[in-house]
Design a protein around this ligand. Structure first.
Ligand code: PGA
Length: 247
């Protein structure tokens, strides 16, 4: 595991986007796994800058988002489809038909989850997966207790995650309680993983993920099982780390 400690969120964005851009330049039809939430926004900002100022080409890029809330239509401003359009897709030359976000309004959720897995497989798997981490150690919406072999599925969100998401909604009643998420097993099949973390509220989860035992109590600890992981972490989120990592 490679750990890059950075001073600012902007530095994190630059480091992360540079890794993604290298992959995109090397492989046409690059398959990029994407995440929502506040953390990856500086990465998307830098990808947009690379597109506008340095001609980074998204025209053949394929994307798969990690998760989506059940019950929110794609037009809802807090839906993950809407988030991705606003934060990245609308500002680069990506073909939206090549972008995939789990559909929280699918009639047959279980069938949709299976199809999502098959679509990833059909394009040869995800080359690089962007990840954030929840303050409870979740990756995507794999909450503590999720099997490390889990696949894409629907699940109930924990109260901690609902509380964390409530900042985006007017009242707690509007916050989705269920979501579709790629499984930990699905995530571990990506060619490379890029974990981003910012803020002191993530320090405990980051320490458990990187230095604790591999355990379902901290789903992000499963990253220790993957051979190609880069963690880009601001100093406040990395403050609990004691081990020396390659950087
Ligand atoms: P955040 O969410 O980036 O908004 O902090 C990360 C996560 O919960 O995975």
């Amino acid at each position: 595991m490679r750990v890059i400690r950075v001073a600012t969120e902007a530095d994190m964005g630059k480091e992360g986007a540079a890794i993604i851009a290298d992959g995109m330049r090397m492989k046409p039809h690059f398959v990029l796994g994407l995440a929502t939430g506040s953390t990856p926004v500086p990465v998307y900002k830098e990808l947009i800058r690379l597109h506008k100022e340095e001609g980074l080409d998204f025209s053949t890029t394929l994307t798969f988002n990690l998760d989506g809330s059940i019950g929110l239509p794609p037009t809802h401003e807090q839906s993950y489809r809407c988030f991705m359009n606003t934060e990245l897709f609308d500002s680069v030359n990506i073909n939206k038909a090549n972008t995939h976000v789990p559909d929280g309004l699918a009639e047959d959720i279980e069938g949709h989850c299976l199809t999502y897995e098959m679509m990833i497989e059909d394009v040869g798997g995800i080359d690089c997966q962007v990840l954030g981490i929840g303050r409870n150690g979740h990756i995507a919406f794999n909450e503590p207790g999720s099997s490390l072999a889990s696949r894409t599925r629907a699940l109930d969100l924990t109260q901690d995650t609902i509380d964390a998401n409530s900042r985006f909604f007017d009242s707690i009643d509007e916050v989705p309680k269920r979501a579709i998420t790629m499984g930990i097993g699905t995530i571990l099949e990506a060619g490379s993983l890029l974990l981003f973390a910012t803020g002191a509220s993530k320090a405990t989860a980051v320490k458990a993920a990187l230095e604790g035992p591999v355990s379902v109590s901290c789903p992000a600890s499963a990253l220790q099982l993957h051979p190609d992981v880069t963690c880009i972490i601001t100093e406040d989120a990395a403050s609990g780390l004691t081990l020396n990592f390659r950087s």
